[in-house]
Design a protein around this ligand. Structure first.
Ligand SMILES: Cc1cc2nc3c(=O)[nH]c(=O)nc-3n(C[C@H](O)[C@H](O)[C@H](O)COP(=O)(O)OP(=O)(O)OC[C@H]3O[C@@H](n4cnc5c(N)ncnc54)[C@H](O)[C@@H]3O)c2cc1C
Length: 430
């Protein structure tokens, strides 16, 4: 079997670099035999391993991570999460659907929150809400539709004018904003590191241990650089990299998206970040730009997508600087201190794919831009499914399953065409 590829980023994760150094757990050395092997120590894999330990307390569980925890996508993201799901439109049908989904979203969120509290994980979780913003007429219509949905469903919100936005987040770039109060921001590297370090004792985490090949005879054999894991059951919690194992190729697309954080700004500059101590901005178009204030004196910009491969750094920096300087022309002199890319898995219909993919082999991926809570939720439920606990039928029915995507070369061509069209529609929301 050809060697599997795994994430190999060209730069470090900025969120991780802003934290004190952490010592990675030892790589696997030698051969081991376990009941469960979970591949990938992101939110999905950690939740799956943790829940397996709760449900099968005598089982030995190994969690294998190709890199180090704090350097994967679970740390590279923007740290937005919520406890409820907004209905997609203002109809009664969507309101009813969103109510069911919100119950599951709350379950995933509360699972994380309980562990944050129980283990004192200092991930700066704050209920700041986030602001959906628009700079274009098309974007304004999206924000106004979101306002109508929030009104109809009694979701706490505030409509912000250009002046309100300028005062609160320091940029007059946007013409309208919708502050949705019931949402949270956190430091994603601190959360995933904290969770991995608090795993139950029967879960052994090996970092810097990529699975290079996998085969099934009577058991699963996972080949890593310095040892083989023999396991009864295996979970692929590698998100977009599930496809490298030969599974879900017609369901998931792996994409890269990029972020930058400024150098710490002196007081004279940081007043440009506005009066709100903590804030996060989500765009009105899916190819738009996400923004955050980080601490007293830094700003973060997340934007730009690429298909399957990471873009070279100069190109990423140029694109992110354009977006940053458009919004804060007075901060042109402020350099970026951290710039990084991260992968996630997209699906055509926005639904994830999770469940059994082969004999004693399970996979979960495709949480699109919402994997902190959804990855956690699905990891937890997958462990329940594997051990015969609970009933997943309502969750399957309400989330749906990722639908079929055309194979290569049509897929890459389709991605290029759709992203060119969407970039055009996004315009200044980028
Ligand atoms: C820039 C950016 C911003 C984002 N913003 C948000 C946000 O604000 N909120 C939100 O909820 N989501 C956001 N996301 C999406 C979110 O990060 C993902 O949905 C989430 O990380 C998925 O978690 P996961 O555990 O399923 O996968 P991952 O976090 O990708 O974890 C999978 C792990 O598997 C490991 N792996 C892969 N192959 C192998 C192998 N062969 N052997 C061993 N290990 C392997 C990888 O190293 C990785 O650590 C963002 C993503 C990016 C890139």
């Amino acid at each position: 079997m050809a060697r599997l590829t795994y994430p190999n980023y060209s730069s470090h994760c900025g969120w991780n670099a802003m934290l004190p150094a952490r010592e990675a757990r030892a790589a696997l050395e030698g051969d081991i035999r376990v009941r469960y092997a979970v591949i990938g120590a992101g939110y999905t894999g950690v939740a799956a391993a943790w829940r397996l330990a709760e449900l099968d307390p005598t089982a030995e569980i190994v969690l294998l991570e190709s890199g180090s925890v704090g350097e994967g996508s679970s740390a590279r993201n923007s740290g937005f999460l919520g406890r409820r799901v907004m209905p997609k439109d203002a109809s009664d049908d969507m309101a009813a659907k969103a109510q069911i989904l919100s119950r599951y979203q709350a379950e995933g969120f509360d699972w994380l929150k309980d562990r944050i509290d129980a283990h004192g994980i200092d991930c700066q979780l704050k209920r700041t809400g986030y602001i959906r913003t628009a700079a274009t007429e098309r974007g304004r219509a999206v924000v106004e539709a979101a306002r109508d949905i929030a009104r109809k469903n009694a979701i706490p919100h505030e409509v912000l004018s250009r002046l309100d936005l300028e005062r609160r987040i320091g940029t007059a770039y946007y013409t309208i904003g919708l502050h949705l109060e019931d949402n949270y921001l956190l430091q994603p590297a601190a959360l995933i590191r904290g969770l991995a370090d608090a795993l139950p004792s029967q879960v052994t985490l090996h970092e810097n241990t990529p699975v290079l090949a996998m085969r099934h005879d009577d058991k699963w054999r996972l080949e890593t650089p310095n040892g083989v894991v023999t396991a009864d059951k295996v979970v692929l919690a590698t998100n977009g990299f599930i496809t490298k194992f030969g599974y879900l190729k017609s369901r998931l697309v792996t994409i890269y998206t990029y972020a930058a954080v400024t150098a710490a700004m002196p007081d004279a500059d940081s007043r440009w970040a506005g009066a709100d101590a903590d804030w996060g901005v989500l765009p009105s178009h899916r190819l738009g730009t996400t923004l955050r204030r980080i601490g007293d004196n830094r700003l973060m910009v997340r934007s730009l997508y690429s298909y399957e491969d990471e873009l070279d750094e100069p190109r990423v920096i140029r694109a992110l600087r354009t977006r940053f300087e458009r919004r804060w022309p007075a901060l042109r002199h402020v350099p970026f201190e951290y710039v990084w890319g991260g992968t996630t898995a997209l699906t055509m219909n926005g639904s994830p794919w999770w469940g059994r993919v082969d004999e004693d082999l399970y996979a979960s991926g495709g949480c699109n831009g919402g994997g902190i809570v959804k990855g956690t939720l699905l990891g937890k439920h997958m462990a329940e499914m594997m051990t015969g606990h609970g009933d997943q039928s309502e969750l399957f029915a309400s989330l749906g399953l990722a639908n079929w995507i055309a194979p290569e070369p049509f897929r890459a061509m389709g991605f290029r065409v759709i992203s060119a069209y969407e970039r055009h529609r996004a315009g200044l929301e980028m």
